[in-house]
Each structure stands twice: as structure tokens, then as C-alpha cells.
Design a protein around this ligand. Structure first.
Ligand code: DUC
Ligand code: ZN
Ligand code: ZN
Length: 463
């Protein structure tokens, strides 16, 4: 007798679909088969049963200085994730100047532990501080790996940005240690030039956020970092891709045999620059970096995920309150804190406009949102429905129609750039390591039930 059996569902993995029962013992999947007996049974006839979503790019309590902190903390963010069918998230550690890796880790861990309601790992940021003394970079990488963190964020923009030599050395150190570098690829110098010119010309409208960040410069930055990774023979993932030129850079590198991967996010699949023309602060809500683009680019992102030119749909979830967006807008487009909420709508939206519309197979949906992010980021017990894997399971109603609204979403910012978006398909139940977190729109988890996942490396066979 198993602890829990989900009966009669359509089980979808990245490589197969079967009609079967799935049984859980303790925290793990114990069996997949017919007529499995459970102390507790859930009927999933007519439903899809999929691995819990894995969102390998989220910002929780991101501190941009002073009062500018992203609005979802570790409880509100992970609870919203669970409502949306995501059971593993990866936020960031940014070690400040003069702080050891261990200190930075413990500080962030204290923010998360006791509050998270899904499992989590971390990305470690390698900033310019890592190059301020001999041996510092190597020590940072070694100490990070010892803490179970195998993914490292390298910025080509903002105050954390690395110059070419630092970028090369960071890629090299991470690659040699068996980790994965994840990249924010933009050309900061040219963006700064164009922003300064626009500001000097008196431009303030949010639409200038996109105009000062030409797609072709983003592609140039991505091509540069991929050239380095190719030379060093180390894997690399480009984050938040929203235009065809960057997707083509990834696809071309992969054709050459490079272990290059690309992530896109719902904002690039559902929003266009038209959103900047919304009234008042609503035109500031969709400001994020890299920016959302034209309708043609939006459609190109759907084609790219269907063609495997891009491999992951994560979120870059990073909303700020209406007040913070308003204060930024009052100073001009360049001061609007960047980021949108997408954590809760990700799984259902990709199903609806990808699978239900006939563009993607259900397996591809699971690959993009669950299996590939888990495997690429070293979560070796996540993203797959099979005995021995964590019992992170989502029961999904493929027929339920609903409309996205800030009023019913659980993210804390109180707005969504997807207001009114109609979806077919909804998360019904989210299970984390055998425990119900949400069911039928109700939260039934416990604050703090999520666990830090210590990772030991990424899959070296990945391509
Ligand atoms: N871009 C955003 O818009 N917000 C958070 C970080 C990032 O890269
Ligand atoms: Zn980024
Ligand atoms: Zn980000």
C-alpha cells in the first residue's frame, strides 16, 4: 500500500506520455503502473499529471538599493509559484563587497528558510569584486560548489558587469569546476550611450526603454560570450532571450556542437512594445531588461521554443510595487525599476498558447518548463515522473478556461501585465515531495515546507 496514488491520469514526461497511476511513498515517486493501491487516492481521470515546474530564474526580495526591493519575498513568491504549478525555484545570491561566500549564503538562507513553500537552489553572482585579489575567483567558485551551488550568474550589464577579460576568466573557472554559467547578455556601454542621448533630448516615455536597447546589440553580446564559451569548451546558458537575433546566435552555436542553451520567459511570449503605450503607470509595468519587442519578435520566440532553438522557459520574475514603478516613471524611463511577475502564470500560459493551440506537444511543454531546466541546472531528482525522483507532481486540467487577473493571482505586487489574458488549461493540484501545497485554488501547504537542494554538478553529457 502506497502513501498516495494519483489514479487514471495522463502522465506526461519530456519523452513520453502514458495513461497510468502514479504512486508515492514518503517523499518520492515509488511506482508507475495500473491499479496501484494507496492509503490516499486522488482521481485524475481526464487530467494531465506532470512533474512540478522548475523555474530556474526568479528574483525574490531583490535589493536594488534603498527602498527599491522587488515585491515578492520568499513566502509570497514561492506560494504564488506553487499556485502556478512550480515546485522548484532558483533565486540569486549577490555577495556584497567584503562579504565571504559563506556569509552571503547564510544571510540569504536566513531570508528563505522557514518561509519557502517550494524547494529551491541558488545562483551565485560573480561580480567584479571577485577579481580584486589573486586567487579570489578560484576560491569563490570552490566555496560556492562546496555549498551545493553549481550555477553562476555573470552580468554584462549593470554595476555587476564584467569586462571581457573577467568574463572569460569567470567562464573558464566555472567551466573547469563543472558548473554552469548563466548570462545576462547586453552591451552596457552602448545602452548607456543611447540612454544618455535620449535623456538629454528630454525623452521620458517607457517606450524609450526598448529603443535604447537595440536587439542587434543584445545579439552581439550573446555572440561574444558564446565565442568565449566555445573556445573554452564550457557550457553556457543565455538568460531572458526576447528576440530572433539572439535565438539565432544560440541555434548557430548549437549546430556547431557548442553546449549553448537559451532561456526565454512569458513576457517575451505574450507582451509587445504596444504595452508601453498603456495609460500612466501601466505603461511602466512591462519595463524589464532585456526589453519586450515587436509582435514579429514575439512570434519568433514561439517558433524558437517549438524548434528547440531555445530550450527553457523560466520567468525572471521580478515585480516591483505600483508605487515604485510610479516613482521611477516620474523620473523618466531610465529610472523605472525593471521586472514583471510571471511565476504564477508560466505553466498554464505555455500550455494554453503552446500546447492547446497545437504548436507544442505536451512533452515539449514539460521539457521546456520542468525537465530541461532541472537537468541543465543540476537538480537530479526534479523534473521527471519516474520512481526514485522527488514526488513533485502537478495535476493539470487541460480544459479549464480562465482569465488572468491581478485580483486572483497570488503575487504580492497587485498588478499583472497579463491582465485579461485568456487561458485554456489550469493547475488543479500541486504536490511537493508527496505533500499537497495547493489544491483547487486553496493553499494547503505550510510556510517553510520548501527545502534547500544541495546540487553536486550539472549533467556533463548535456548538449
Ligand atoms: N532584468 C530585469 O528586468 N529585472 C531583474 C533583473 C534583470 O535582469
Ligand atoms: Zn538578467
Ligand atoms: Zn533576472
Amino acid at each position: 500500500m502506497y502513501d498516495l496514488v494519483i489514479k487514471n491520469g495522463t502522465l506526461v514526461n519530456a519523452d513520453s506520455t502514458v495513461f497510468a497511476d502514479i504512486a508515492v511513498s514518503g517523499e518520492q515517486i515509488a511506482a508507475i503502473g495500473k491499479d496501484l493501491p494507496g492509503r490516499r487516492e486522488i482521481d485524475a481521470e481526464g487530467k494531465l499529471v506532470i512533474p512540478g515546474g522548475v523555474d530556474t530564474h526568479v528574483h525574490l526580495s531583490l535589493d536594488l538599493g534603498g527602498p527599491i526591493v522587488s515585491s515578492d519575498d520568499f513566502f509570497s513568491g514561492t506560494r504564488a509559484a506553487a499556485f502556478g504549478g512550480t515546485t522548484t525555484v532558483v533565486p540569486f545570491i549577490h555577495p556584497g563587497a567584503g562579504k565571504s561566500v559563506k556569509e552571503a549564503f547564510n544571510e540569504r538562507r536566513n531570508e528563505a528558510e522557514g518561509h519557502v513553500t517550494v524547494d529551491y537552489g541558488w545562483h551565485m553572482n560573480i561580480g567584479p569584486d571577485a577579481f580584486s585579489g589573486p586567487g579570489k575567483l578560484r576560491t569563490l567558485v570552490e566555496e560556492t560548489l562546496a555549498l551545493g551551488i553549481v550555477t553562476f550568474k555573470l552580468y554584462m550589464a549593470y554595476g555587476y558587469r564584467l569586462d571581457d577579460v573577467q568574463l572569460f576568466q569567470a567562464l573558464e573557472a566555472v567551466g573547469k569546476a563543472g558548473g554552469l554559467s548563466v548570462i545576462h547578455a547586453e552591451n552596457w556601454d552602448l545602452i548607456s550611450l543611447l540612454v544618455n542621448r535620449a535623456v538629454a533630448a528630454g525623452e521620458t516615455h517607457p517606450r524609450f526603454h526598448e529603443r535604447c536597447r537595440p536587439a542587434i546589440f543584445e545579439a552581439e553580446a550573446a555572440a561574444k560570450v558564446i565565442a568565449m564559451a566555445e573556445y573554452l569548451a564550457c557550457p553556457v546558458e543565455i538568460f531572458h532571450i526576447g528576440n530572433r537575433a539572439v535565438a539565432e546566435v544560440i541555434a548557430a552555436a548549437r549546430r556547431r556542437g557548442t553546449a549553448a542553451f537559451g532561456e526565454t520567459c512569458p513576457q517575451y511570449l505574450f507582451l509587445t512594445t504596444d504595452a508601453f503605450e498603456r495609460e500612466g503607470v501601466e505603461g511602466a509595468y512591462p519595463v524589464c531588461s532585456p526589453p519586450i519587442r515587436s509582435e514579429e519578435e514575439r512570434q519568433a520566440m514561439w517558433s524558437a521554443i517549438a524548434a528547440d532553438d531555445l530550450q527553457i522557459v523560466a520567468t525572471d520574475h521580478c515585480p516591483f510595487t505600483r508605487e515604485l514603478k510610479e516613482e521611477g516613471l516620474a523620473k523618466g524611463f531610465q529610472s523605472i525599476p525593471g521586472g514583471v511577475p510571471s511565476m504564477e502564470m508560466r505553466m498554464a500560459s505555455i500550455y494554453s498558447h503552446g500546447v492547446a493551440s497545437g504548436l507544442l506537444s505536451p512533452q515539449r511543454w514539460v521539457s521546456l518548463c520542468c525537465a530541461t531546466p532541472a537537468r541543465l541546472h543540476g537538480f537530479d531528482r526534479k523534473g521527471v515522473l519516474a520512481p526514485g525522483f522527488d514526488a513533485d507532481i502537478v495535476i493539470f486540467d487541460p480544459l479549464k478556461e480562465h482569465t488572468l487577473s491581478a485580483e486572483t493571482l497570488h503575487e504580492k505586487c497587485g498588478w499583472t501585465p497579463y491582465e485579461g489574458l485568456e487561458l485554456k488549461g489550469a493547475v488543479e493540484t500541486t504536490i511537493l515531495r508527496g505533500n499537497l501545497v495547493t489544491d483547487g485554488g486553496e493553499y494547503c501547504g505550510e510556510r517553510g515546507m520548501g527545502r534547500y537542494i544541495h546540487r553536486s554538478g550539472i549533467d556533463g553529457r548535456l548538449r
